[in-house]
Design a protein around this ligand. Sequence first.
Ligand code: ACO
Length: 373
Amino acid sequence: MTKYAHITGWGMAVPERIMTNAELSKLIDTTDDWIVSHTGVRERHIAAPDQSTATLAVDAALKALELACLRPDEIDLIIVSTSSPEHVFPATACLVQDAIGASKAGAFDLSAACSGFIFALNMATQAIRSESIKTALVIGAETLSRFTNWEDRNTCILFGDGAGAFVLQASDEPGGVLSAVMRSDGSGGDLLSVPAGGSHLPASHETVSKKQHVIQMNGREVFRFAVRVMESATRESLEKAAIPLEDVTLVIPHQANRRIIESAVRGLEIPMERCMVNVDRYGNTSTASIPIATIEAIGAGRLKAGDKVVFVGFGAGLTWGAAAAVWTGPFLAPVKRKVRPVSYRLYARTRSILRRLWRHIEGIIWGRNNLDW
Ligand code: ACO
C-alpha cells in the first residue's frame, strides 16, 4: 500500500531582538520609505551572540515534536536546510540530533539556499513514501546576519534570522505532501553568493579584508529570475499533484521581497488574500521563511486540516522549486501523550555528556594510539 507523508507538527523560533528600518537607516544611507517601497520589509529579527543556526533549529524542532506528540527517539531522519550552518562540518543537523536526543535518527544538512526547505521537504517525503523511514524532522534554519555585510545597503536591508520545523509522519491515508518540483541553474551561481570560506577561496586575511566571506548579490538579476520561476514552479507542482489552482486555499511563497510575491500572484491570477505574506516583520529568513510563514498562517486561522496548499521558493544556486500538499495537522494519539521539551533538553544534554565520557574511557581502555581492533 502507498505510504503518504503527512505534516503533523510544526514549530518556529526567531530571536527576540528586532531591528527596524529606522535603526538600519542610522547605519547605512537608506530610509524606511525606500526599504518598504522596494522590498516590503519593515523589521527583521537578529540573533543574539549566544544564538546560532543550531540553537534556533533546536527550539523550532522541540516545538514541532511537542505538537506532533512525538518523542525525539521516535524520529528516523533529521534534515536541516541552511546556508548559514554552524560549521563547514559537522552538519548542523547532527548538532540538533544531539541537542534533542534523537537517538535513532540519521541527520544531514541540505544546501539549496532559500529553496532548501522545499528540497528538504521533498527528500523526507520520498524517504517516507519509499518506506525507508516512518518519521522525519525537516528544519529550515538561518542566521544570515552573521554573513551579512552591514555596510552594503543592497543586501543588509533584506535578511533576518529564524528557524521553522515540520514533523512528517507516514500514513496509509492519502494526503500530506503530494508533489514537488526541484530545479537548478548553476550558470547563475555568481548572482548570489558568499564567495570565500570554502575550498575554492579558503578564508585568509585577504578574503576577509575584501569582504568575500559575506553575501554578494546582483539584486536586479535575482529579482528578474525570481519573477520568472515562481509562477511556473507553482503551476507545475499543482499539475503533478492533480490539484486545480482554484482548489488551493493558500499559496505560501518564499518571503524575499513583497514585489516578487505580488508579481507571482499576478501571474497566477489569484487574489492577494490567497497568498501568505509576512516579509514585513521578518525580512528574508531564507530557507526558514516558508515554514515560518506557514506557522503564522495557521495561527491566523488561514490554514486548516484538509486545506490544499502550495509552497514555492527560489534562491542562490540558482535554485527554485514548489511543493503541493493537503494540510493534515497532528495525528490524534489514542491517549494524548505529554511531551515535555524541557525534560528532553535535559535528557539529551545528559546523554551527550555520558557519550563523550564513554568515548574518553574507551580511549583509556584501548590506549589512545592502539588502532588494532
Ligand atoms: N536604500 C536606498 N537606496 C538604495 C538602497 C537602499 N537600501 N539599495 C539600493 N539603492 C539605490 C541603488 O543604489 C540605486 O541607485 P542609482 O539608481 O542611483 O544607482 C537605486 O536604489 C535602485 O537600485 P536597484 O538595485 O535597481 O533597486 P531595486 O529596485 O532592484 O531593488 C532589491 C533592490 C531590493 C535588492 C531588489 O533588486 C531585490 O529584491 N532583488 C531580489 C533580491 C533577493 O530576493 N535576494 C534573495 C534571494 S533568496 C536567497 O537565496 C538568499
